[in-house]
Design a binder for this molecule. Structure first.
Ligand SMILES: [Zn+2]
Length: 87
């Protein structure tokens, strides 16, 4: 598990941070930048992950990071509403 991503990747519903971002991620979600995993409360299965930043006025709820501050990749693609193609 020591593969260093040069850029962040959105793999399905999960964010795979680039190595710089992974080095600054906080282990707890109390402050700074952290990776948040959401799971289905009934199945306990992880459903998606996002990267949030808690700072200043938003140190309680946090703000979703839409782009990685380091590699600038879009890391919130999976959060946008899915467009349903007409059949
Ligand atoms: Zn990145």
């Amino acid at each position: 598990m020591s593969v260093k991503n040069e850029k962040c990747v959105v793999d399905g519903e999960f964010v795979q941070p680039c190595w710089v971002l992974s080095e600054v991620l906080e282990p707890t979600q109390r402050k700074g930048i952290s990776l948040v995993n959401y799971s289905d409360l009934t199945t306990g299965k992880q459903t998606r992950s996002t990267v949030i930043v808690k700072s200043g006025k938003h140190s309680k709820c946090g703000i979703i990071l839409h782009n990685c501050p380091f590699c600038r990749e879009n890391i919130s693609k999976h959060l946008e509403p899915k467009i349903h193609e007409p059949e």
